[in-house]
Design a protein around this ligand. Structure first.
Ligand SMILES: NC(=O)c1ccc[n+]([C@@H]2O[C@H](COP(=O)([O-])OP(=O)(O)OC[C@H]3O[C@@H](n4cnc5c(N)ncnc54)[C@H](O)[C@@H]3O)[C@@H](O)[C@H]2O)c1
Length: 233
C-alpha cells in the first residue's frame, strides 16, 4: 500500500518537468550523496517504467535502493514541487524531474580516450545512450587498435585528438589510458574544450576547478567493501 505521506501522482495535464532554471537551482542545493541516490532512483525508475509500473511511493522506491522512505522524500523534495502529499509519485514524471536535474534530459556528446581492455568494454556497453550519453568518437595510440570498429565506433589515432574535439565539440570525455599518460591527455582534452572528465586512470588529475572530474576506481571500491565487511565482524 502506498505511503500516506507521499506525494500524489501529478495530473497528466500539469507540466511535469522542471524548467532549466528550476533544475539549476535544484542542482545547486543538492548535496553529493543525494546526487548519487538520485542516480540510483533514476535507474530503478527506468526499470520500473520498462516493466509497466506507473506509480510508486517513497517506501517502495527506498526499498529498491536500500534507503529509508524519509531519505527518499527529502531527496525528491529537493527537486522542487513535484507532487502533492497523497498516495505516490508518477514514475514517468519522476524520471523527467530527476533526469532534468542530473542532466539526462540533455543529449551529451562523449569521447573516449584509451581503447584498451577497459575502453573496449565501455564502447560495447549499450547503457549510456538511454541516459543521454552518446559516445561519438574513440581514440587510441596503438596502431593495432586504430581503424578498428568497436560497438559501432571507429577508433581514431590519438594524434587526431584536437581534430576530433573540434569536429564534435563534445562536452565530456572518458579517460581510460595508463596512469602515466592521463595528465597529459587530460590537459589536451581541456585545451580542446572538454569540461567534464570521467577518469578511470588511478591518478589524481591536476586541473582547473572549472573542470568537473569524477574518478572511478574499482580497486578503492573493493578496499571500501573489504573495510565494510570487516566492520561487520
Ligand atoms: N577505475 C577502475 O576501476 C579501473 C579498472 C581497470 C583499469 N583501470 C585503469 O584504466 C586505464 C585503462 O585500463 P586498461 O586495462 O584498459 O589498460 P590497457 O593498457 O588495456 O589500455 C590502455 C589503452 O590506452 C592507450 N593509450 C596509451 N596512451 C594513449 C594516449 N596518449 N592517447 C590515447 N590512447 C592511449 C593504449 O594504447 C591502450 O590501448 C588504466 O589507467 C587502468 O589502470 C581502472
Amino acid at each position: 500500500m502506498p505511503d500516506s505521506s507521499d506525494a500524489a501522482p501529478i495530473p497528466d495535464d500539469e507540466s511535469p518537468s522542471l524548467s532549466a532554471s528550476d533544475a539549476a537551482i535544484s542542482r545547486r542545493n543538492l548535496p553529493e550523496p543525494a546526487v548519487g541516490r538520485l542516480s540510483l532512483y533514476y535507474r530503478e525508475l527506468y526499470r520500473l517504467r520498462d516493466a509497466g509500473t506507473h506509480s510508486i511511493n517513497s517506501r517502495e522506491l527506498g526499498k529498491l535502493v536500500n534507503v529509508s522512505p524519509a531519505v527518499v522524500r527529502r531527496d525528491l523534495s529537493a527537486l522542487g514541487t513535484i507532487g502533492r502529499r497523497g498516495v505516490g509519485y508518477t514514475v514517468e514524471l519522476l524520471i523527467e524531474a530527476i533526469g532534468g536535474v542530473l542532466g539526462s534530459g540533455h543529449q551529451w556528446q562523449v569521447i573516449l580516450v584509451g581503447v584498451g581492455s577497459l575502453g573496449d568494454a565501455l564502447l560495447r556497453y549499450r547503457g549510456f545512450e538511454r541516459l543521454g550519453f552518446r559516445l561519438v568518437s574513440a581514440l587510441d595510440a596503438n596502431p593495432d587498435r586504430i581503424g578498428t570498429s568497436i560497438g559501432g565506433v571507429r577508433v581514431r589515432d590519438a594524434s587526431e585528438l584536437a581534430q576530433v574535439l573540434s569536429d564534435f565539440s563534445p562536452d565530456l570525455a572518458i579517460l581510460a589510458v595508463p596512469a602515466e599518460k592521463a595528465g597529459e591527455v587530460a590537459g589536451e582534452l581541456v585545451a580542446g574544450g572538454i569540461t567534464g572528465i570521467l577518469n578511470f586512470a588511478p591518478t589524481t588529475l591536476r586541473l582547473s576547478s572549472a573542470i568537473a572530474v569524477v574518478n572511478v576506481d574499482l580497486a578503492s571500491e573493493l578496499q571500501r567493501l573489504a573495510f565494510s565487511v570487516q566492520q561487520r565482524k
